[in-house]
Design a protein around this ligand. Structure first.
Ligand SMILES: Cc1cc2nc3c(=O)[nH]c(=O)nc-3n(C[C@H](O)[C@H](O)[C@H](O)COP(=O)(O)O)c2cc1C
Length: 374
């Protein structure tokens, strides 16, 4: 290995006691390929296994904690104990290759596709005409509490299935973010209104998940939280809101916070310090208190090293690890120049990369999403 990459290969211990062999993480990546009954398919197991040999930790695709929380076709589920054997197969496929296995748990809220979910719910009845043209139903207070409990129940299933942790998906405009955002949360009860009240749902989910871990986990089990900084809607989340959320989550003593961004180096649009990257400002707040994962359009070894050199403890690869499952091994063996950073869309490559058909079809047909070779 080229010595300059050594900082990427230092081990890390989370406060829960979960230990990682290095600082590289596979991002949560939905692959649209589960069986029709919501169980994990063999193609998914091969896809995960192929990507679990080098990174310290694999974050799985998001899974829905209630039936109407589904966000995608072919998403594997976790809303009933019947799914525990399926989740167990996934945890084993990842852990057998050496990585820690962390299940990402979520509820899509108003982003649930109408052809998959008939009862689309959210914090408030605010539609998103750009993506899903259905006005969601505002949740009753009792239903809000049921969903919080469902996050706990899915965490218990993750523990029973042998995962090393859960990541609470509070990012990418799904239900948890819908409660935090003043644009999608217009409630006037204890779950909305002031900034503190908009924090109530995310924090209640965190507490429920942490209490579940205390009650059921007999091995080190981590709890992480993913969030998106800022929203583009006029009344949506600003960088100042994000920093407030970061402080509230940091006080909860989570194992890590994970900042979901398309570009690691993005600066704030509204609030915070406009001339410094969001991730550096967030790192200032979390340093020494909780671990932090950064991500966003990092493909080459030097791009990942530059991100790590900001001081953040962990760097995640999304599209990069779909395109190049051997990313970490190549770097370790001093072959960083052989890391693929673009995808050659041929049948041989698809097979070699173990990319399931539904994911492959999307990658190769949605323009501009993945860096494709002509
Ligand atoms: C195919 C695909 C599926 C994704 N699925 C999820 C998901 O299930 N949960 C999530 O939090 N983010 C998801 N994302 C976002 C990624 O985790 C990541 O934040 C984003 O792709 C930017 O990182 P990258 O530039 O390294 O790809 C997905 C992204 C892609 C490309």
């Amino acid at each position: 290995m080229n010595e300059k990459y050594r900082p990427l290969f230092e081990p890390l211990s989370f406060r829960s006691g979960v230990e990682l062999s290095n600082r590289l993480v596979m991002a949560p990546l939905t692959n649209y390929s589960s069986n029709e009954d919501g169980t994990v398919s063999d193609a998914e197991l091969r896809y995960y296994s192929r990507r679990s040999t080098g990174v310290g930790m694999v974050l799985t695709a998001c899974i829905n904690v209630t039936e109407n929380g589904q966000g995608f076709p072919g998403e594997f589920a976790g809303y009933s104990d019947d799914f525990i054997p399926s989740l167990q197969r996934l945890a084993n496929a990842i852990k057998e290759q050496g990585a820690k296995a962390v299940l990402q748990i979520f509820h899509a809220g108003r982003m649930a596709p109408p052809d998959l979910v008939s009862d689309i719910v959210s914090a408030s009845a605010v539609p998103d005409p750009d993506t899903i043209p259905v006005t969601p139903r505002a949740l009753e207070e009792s239903e809000v509490e049921e969903i919080i409990k469902a996050f706990g129940e899915t965490t218990r299933r993750a523990i029973e299935a042998g995962f090393d942790g859960v990541e609470i998906h509070g990012a990418n405009t799904y239900l948890i973010q819908q409660f935090f955002s003043g644009f999608t949360n217009r409630r006037e009860d204890r779950w909305g209104g002031s900034f503190e009240k908009r924090l109530a749902f995310p924090l209640a989910v965190v507490e429920e998940v942490q209490n579940t871990v205390k009650q059921y986990a007999d091995h080190p089990f981590l709890v992480g939280y993913r969030l998106s900084p800022e929203e583009e809607y006029p009344e949506g989340i600003t960088m100042d809101d994000t920093l407030g959320l970061i402080d509230a989550l940091t006080a909860k003593e989570l194992d890590y916070l994970h900042i979901s961004q398309q570009d690691f180096w993005t600066k704030p649009h509204r609030g915070g310090e406009l001339d410094r990257t969001r991730i550096e400002q967030i790192y200032d707040r979390t340093k020494g208190k909780t671990e932090l994962i950064g991500i966003g359009s990092l493909y080459t070894a030097d791009q990942v090293l530059a991100a790590k050199n900001t001081g953040i403890p962990l760097v995640a690869l999304g599209r990069g690890i779909i395109i190049e499952p051997d990313w970490v091994e190549k770097l370790k063996e001093g072959k960083e120049d052989e890391i693929y950073t673009t995808l050659l869309p041929t049948a041989e490559r698809k097979q070699e990369l173990e990319i399931p058909n539904p994911l492959w079809n999307m990658i190769t047909t949605i323009p501009g999403w993945f860096p494709l070779e002509k």
